[in-house]
Design a protein around this ligand. Sequence first.
Ligand SMILES: Nc1ncnc2c1ncn2[C@@H]1O[C@H](COP(=O)(O)OP(=O)(O)OP(=O)(O)O)[C@@H](O)[C@H]1O
Length: 254
Amino acid sequence: MTAAVTRAAAGRPARGEAPVLELASVSAAYGPFRALFDVSLTLARGEALALVGSNGAGKTTVARVVSGLVTPSAGRVLVDGADLTAARAKPYHFARAGIAHATEGRSVFATLSVEENLTLSFRRARGRGGVRGGLELAYEAFPVLGRRRKQLAGTMSGGEQRMLSMARVLVEKPKVLVADELSLGLAPKIVGELYASLARLRAEGVSLLIVEQHVGHALRLCDRVAVLGHGHVTWSGPAAEATGIVTRAFAPAG
Ligand SMILES: Nc1ncnc2c1ncn2[C@@H]1O[C@H](COP(=O)(O)OP(=O)(O)OP(=O)(O)O)[C@@H](O)[C@H]1O
């Protein structure tokens, strides 16, 4: 078996495969305030990239650019080689192109039950077929959801709602999952379960862009790290080389 085949089989890109996601010299602003300067990042198929940096560095802004919620003032965002900025794409175009955005916010339908939330996602992803198999997959990944399938999503705890959001992403199988502060305020056990589901997605070839304040989990999961400081990428490289650099990235801005 050639090296390229081995990598592809593991959900990794074959050599020379175009990135699934590319940010090319992206700048972004909120009114007169410039939040990102000339940010360039790539993400290969099945690769996990951790985006780290101190408060206000611009991590969430990158996540918003990638999912189309913030339009760059300069530069380009490409998904599978298609330039979404040139097409003036709206967030739902980014979603259709295969970008999913999971945030610490609760992106579930509060007045629908757990099972109805999941069923909606399956139908959107796969039409009417495969709903039962999809439910089994979700309940296997997060047994608590199986036990609470009839409960209204809005009455579940913050951690349970985040599991439900992740379960929906699991079954939609996006090309790229942007996970922004997924573990914020959650108990360590739940964070562990969420990261296990991220690892499962990655093993299936989904690319991950992970924004985390608590970088331990992210560094263990990710192949590469990009450090943001004041809206600039100040370092990027393999996760194995990142520990000291990441520690400095969290030093107070002076
Ligand atoms: N809607 C907004 N309007 C004006 N300024 C904003 C807005 N959103 C973010 N900013 C500013 O842009 C900069 C980058 O913010 P961003 O949320 O991307 O940083 P971050 O690295 O995710 O920070 P944190 O880790 O604290 O969440 C900050 O200075 C922030 O105050």
